[in-house]
Write a protein that binds this ligand. Structure first.
Ligand code: ADE
Length: 225
């Protein structure tokens, strides 16, 4: 998979994409991620990328020209399966969306800043508008990272234990059961005996019951679906 990201603030993206599992996936050729600095395509001496909104109002709007230039340049190099824009007025991102996007070959993410982007960019290029939740962040970089992280961890080879991504909360339709590791007792808190019993069938049943209980308590809406 190849992922291109257009951002006015590349440093916000660089470190999270250069650590841990994502870094390993990049190093192993599972995913190629290229960050493009929107400023490089800005207008005039000051590389302007934003301007006041027509009709007035607070906040700046990302201009059409720099974004049209970079997207057209990238489109001349490859065909994108999706061009994604992270925005609070997009469709709420779910595990199913991550599953679907993880099957694609070329993805392009556009990160917004300031008040928003000129509507003509959305009309012309954007194929998917995604929100990560009902709250407003300062820009699209952090939401873009969330979506990319959710996609890349599903790519074969990123997570060594190939079972573990399939057994995630939201893949199984249940939240996870409680987890424990050593020591078996800490400050009077004991690990449930059943997990130390070695009886795999009993453990499987216990985990399923605990997962169902937890889902009922915390996310009853998941059981309705
Ligand atoms: N940009 C700012 N806030 C956002 C959100 N909640 N989801 C996606 N993009 C955003």
């Amino acid at each position: 998979m190849r992922i291109d990201i257009i951002s006015a603030v590349p440093p916000l993206l660089e470190s999270p994409l250069n650590e841990s599992l994502i870094k390993r996936a990049r190093d192993n050729g599972i995913v190629e991620i290229v960050i493009h600095n929107l400023r490089d395509y800005g207008l005039g001496k000051y590389h302007q990328i934003d301007d006041d909104p027509f009709g007035g109002g607070a906040g700046m709007v990302l201009r059409v020209e720099p974004i049209f230039t970079i997207i057209r340049k990238l489109q001349a190099e490859r065909t994108y399966d999706e061009i994604l824009f992270l925005t609070p007025d997009g469709k709420t991102f779910k595990q199913d969306d991550a599953n679907e996007l993880s099957m694609k070959t070329n993805l392009l993410f556009l990160c917004g800043r300031y008040k928003g982007i000129d509507e003509r960019i959305r009309q012309t290029f954007i194929t998917k508008e995604i929100s990560i939740g009902d709250y407003v962040l300062t820009g699209g970089e952090l939401p873009t990272l969330c979506v990319i992280d959710a996609i890349v961890r599903l790519l074969p080879g990123t997570i060594h234990d190939s079972e573990s991504a399939m057994l995630d909360s939201f893949q199984t339709g249940l939240l996870d059961a409680p987890l424990y590791t050593r020591p078996a007792e800490f400050e009077g808190m004991k690990v449930p005996d059943i997990l130390q019993s070695g009886d795999h069938e009993k453990i499987r049943k216990w985990r399923n019951e605990e997962a169902t209980k937890r889902t009922q308590e915390r996310r009853p809406d998941m059981l309705e679906n």
